[in-house]
Unconditional design. Sequence first.
Lengths: 228, 240
Amino acid sequence: MLSVWAISRLVAGKDLRVEWRSRVVSNQVVPFAALMMVMFAFALDSDSVLKRVAPGLVWLAAMFSLLVIVQRAFAVETADGALDALRVAGVRGAGIFVGKALALAAQLAVLELILLGAAIVLYDTHLVGSGIALLACTYLTATLGLSFVGTLYGGLAAGAKGRETLLPLLMLPVAAPVLIGATRATEAALGTAGATTSDGWPWIGLLALFAVAFGIGGTLAFGSLIDE
Amino acid sequence: MNHFGPTSTRFTRALGVATILGLGWLAVFGLLLSPDDVVQGSYARLLYIHVPSAWLAYLAFGVTGLASGAYLWPRTRSMQWDRIAGASAEVGVLFMALALVTGSLWGKVTWGTYWTWDSRLTTTAFLFVTYIGYLAVRDLGGSHEQRARRSAVLALLAVLEVPLVHFSVSWWRPLHQAETIERGGLKGLMLFSFFVGMIAFTLLYVWLVMHRQRLMMLNDMIDDSGLDRALAERRNEVAP
């Protein structure tokens, strides 16, 4: 029997291969995220306001894009009953959970970097040399936390018709601490509104705690959530 | 088929009478006998409903969490726990809505705003949304066991979520509102009626949950007997 880790590598590889061949995230979700960044600028209509709220907008756009990516990740599984087939074949839920979460994290990380680039180009945000390490840690912990939560609730909402609309309702309240923590940490890393790097590190602790809590919770709970 | 009886028993009827008496006293006192607050005037009367509703909602969500844990624990697994969890969450969402509405009305007249981003308020709002999601998941369909397992896992995830939300929000906005009811600010008859309100709302909770979970049991039984009934009808059609 394969170990959980071996299963998760296979599942993650499969998901990334599906994306590589279909290009749904790169051709549809990334343009959607970039469009959101433009729409935010239309709505807020002020250079100084945009510069002030840029970190929040980056993470807000990342969360909304995450909803779309999660739906895509589970549409692939449920369209031909692939998830049921995996379960019938005796593949453990924990392996599926970790694998899908890692594939999701990889896609989300690329998307978030593009969003940061968009903030630099569109909102006149500047990277600060001393904040790079903090920014990298923020991206790592927040992306993992969001991916675990996305996979967990995506699995629950996958399957029968009409459940897609349930995903935002279930996922966004849970992901709220990531939005708060990642935004504050990014503000500290970029020096937005006079924040300093030392303001940001405590938030990394919260983000890491969140990722660990939902990583463990998801590994334990995922199997019983997707059982039909 | 004597199970398809009414959802009341002698106990729930007695409980119902006690609840009505308590709520009646609360209404008479809160609306007529209670003096106006020195600062807040008549608006302070909202607290007679607001505080017990909030208490009841927290109690209800706590019971949902415990009952969900009892369902998932193999030794105590029973559909009874699932129904108690579901009934309790329904009552909790209702009273949390009441607490939020009365709280914002009270906030508007005393603080001048419907909402402040205080950590307790924000956590409460998240709790409310989370359990609306929980109720939506209970309605997803599938077998009763699927519903029970899925929603029990979700309720336990909410137990994981709520401290994280509370923690992050209170960190984000460290300025806490002062306790809205000052300790010792309520005296004599007011304090007595306040406790009557708490007890009456708690009895109301028990009464509602008992009826609701019995109703759920009847619903589940109708679902279960649906196939048998359909088969019986078919047989009768064929039979001459």
